[in-house]
Design a protein. Structure first.
Ligand code: GLN
Length: 495
């Protein structure tokens, strides 16, 4: 049995049955990371000793107490995005400014995985402070797409998506502010879930845009993402925006198809701006749903077009305030001062040296949008656009009696490294289909629906479902229906 080929649930069950020791599972992942990751750079840090020691302690507990007592993720190796705090190792956010930052505490969501018995094997690469759609804005170099190493894995959680696609770990955590779980999931051919805003505690997730940020899982199957989501969710007194709702029991009904499934298809999903291979895969996925008895309803989301503009005002505005704390005094990198230089010079130099170009661009955009005299013209208008976009989704879901809206995850398949780094707007347009769920706070999932062809490489295509707030159950059941009828999720990138 090649442990790294198992899905998360298969591996979890093998460990619970004691067919595979947790230490053996951890070692298999660590060895594969050592062999494969130098060509991918999905990981910023690997915790070999800590992971093996923890896996051995899980094995001892499994022997003494049995799997039921240890937890639903007993012994499962997981990777976490490096903007999640962990009380050992470093938490860099892909930034020079936090290059040597050691968090004194562990994020609630990570603690929940640990409480469920998971083994954290390492921390994954990301665009600096999660700002980007390709992982190329990492200060520590890009991650490569396992399907074609000349291409980006998407971003900002590109390291986590690539790790799961390349079978370095069976599951991983990412964060999604405007698409950063779903878009890399699509480009790497895995499942990525952004839960409803408020489902998962943000305590210990380094803030980018606090009214959008949400932590969520990657897996190779819908069930794997569902299992991780169950473990992550639930109220947390340490995050006042975490909702007072109990974690959903997603796995119990996952295999039950939805009778009379009704999916809304927005006009934009079929418009000219989408790559032909993505359009073809999307049309094929629609046919799969129809063959399963679903009704597809053409819907109008008239304000979807304003999503990018609204998001790229509000998210930088929030980022500019969240990033004010990196002043070279309280956190992270501190610049050298010559005798006689003042405090302002220290701030300027520390931030000037510590932040990369995209982060500086966001701080300038956000500061401008919030400045006196421009606030009403930009920030307030963007908030109004946010409200009407949410209204579009609510209306479509309710008036048409839909279970979910179905649309592509990204307008094209994975693009070449360097293709969009010189053109920020082109990079931002990658998020055309994903930002709406963040603006509206709705749960959304991306899952594999086909393969595109480019320059001799097969490249995964993702489809995206968006459901009502706190209805992850319907969302994932609908995604599972497509998965059960197709085998796109079993396709593997070249070794
Ligand atoms: N690509 C988007 C951005 O650059 C979303 C990033 C994210 O979700 N963290 O802001």
């Amino acid at each position: 049995m090649d442990v790294t080929d198992l899905t998360l649930i298969e591996l979890r069950d093998a460990i619970a049955r004691r067919d595979c020791a947790a230490a053996e599972a951890a070692r298999a992942c660590l060895d594969r990371i050592e062999a494969v990751d130098p060509g991918l750079h999905a990981f910023l840090q690997v915790f070999r000793d800590e992971a093996l020691a923890r896996a051995e302690s899980i094995d001892a507990r499994l022997s003494a107490e049995g799997a039921g007592a240890v937890g639903p993720l007993a012994g499962v190796p997981i990777a976490i995005k490096d903007n999640l705090c962990l009380d050992y190792g470093r938490t860099t956010c892909g930034s020079r400014i936090l290059e040597n930052y050691e968090s004194p505490y562990t994020a609630t969501c990570v603690q929940r995985l640990l409480d469920a018995g998971a083994v954290i094997v390492g921390k994954t690469n990301l665009d600096e402070f999660a700002m980007g759609s390709s992982t190329e804005h990492s200060a520590f170099g890009p991650t490569r797409n396992p399907w074609d190493r000349q291409r980006a894995p998407g971003g900002s959680s590109g390291g986590s998506a690539a790790a799961v696609a390349a079978r370095l770990t069976p599951g991983a955590l990412g964060s999604d502010t405007g698409g950063s779980i779903r878009q890399p999931a699509a480009h790497c051919g895995v499942v990525g879930l952004k839960p409803t805003y408020g489902r998962v505690s943000r305590w210990g997730l380094v803030a980018f845009a606090s009214s959008f940020d949400q932590v969520g899982p990657f897996g190779r199957t819908v069930a794997d993402a569902a299992l991780l989501c169950e473990a992550l969710c639930g109220p947390d007194p340490l995050d006042s925006t975490s909702a007072e709702v109990e974690p959903p029991a997603l796995l119990a009904t996952l295999e039950r198809p939805i009778d009379g499934l009704r999916l809304g298809i927005p006009a934009q999903a079929r418009s000219g701006g989408v790559d032909p291979d993505v359009s073809a895969a999307f049309a094929a996925a629609c046919s799969v749903y129809e063959s399963l008895g679903a009704t597809l309803v053409l819907i109008d989301l008239p304000n979807l077009e304003y999503g990018i503009a609204a998001y790229y005002i509000i998210a930088p505005a929030e980022a500019s305030t969240n990033l004010a704390r990196y002043d070279g005094i309280r956190y992270g990198r501190r610049a050298r001062l010559e005798p006689g230089e003042d405090l302002e010079t220290l701030y300027r130099r520390s931030r000037g040296e510590g932040f990369g170009a995209e982060v500086k661009r966001r701080i300038m955009l956000g500061t401008y949008a919030l400045s006196a005299g421009y606030y009403d013209a930009y920030y307030k208008k963007a908030q109004q656009a946010r409200r009407v976009i949410k209204g579009d989704f609510d209306r479509a879901l309710d008036e048409e009696g839909l279970h979910a809206v179905f649309l592509p995850t990204a307008p094209g398949p994975a693009f070449k490294l360097g293709a969009k780094t010189a053109d920020p707007l082109a990079m931002y347009l990658e998020d055309f289909f994903t930002v709406a769920a963040n603006l509206a706070g709705l749960p959304a999932v991306s899952f594999p629906i086909g393969l595109a062809q480019a320059d001799g490489s097969a490249l995964p295509v993702g489809g995206q479902l968006v459901a009502r707030a706190f209805d992850e159950m319907t969302l994932l059941r609908a995604a599972r229906m497509h998965e059960a009828a197709t085998d796109w999720h079993t396709q593997k990138p070249p070794a």
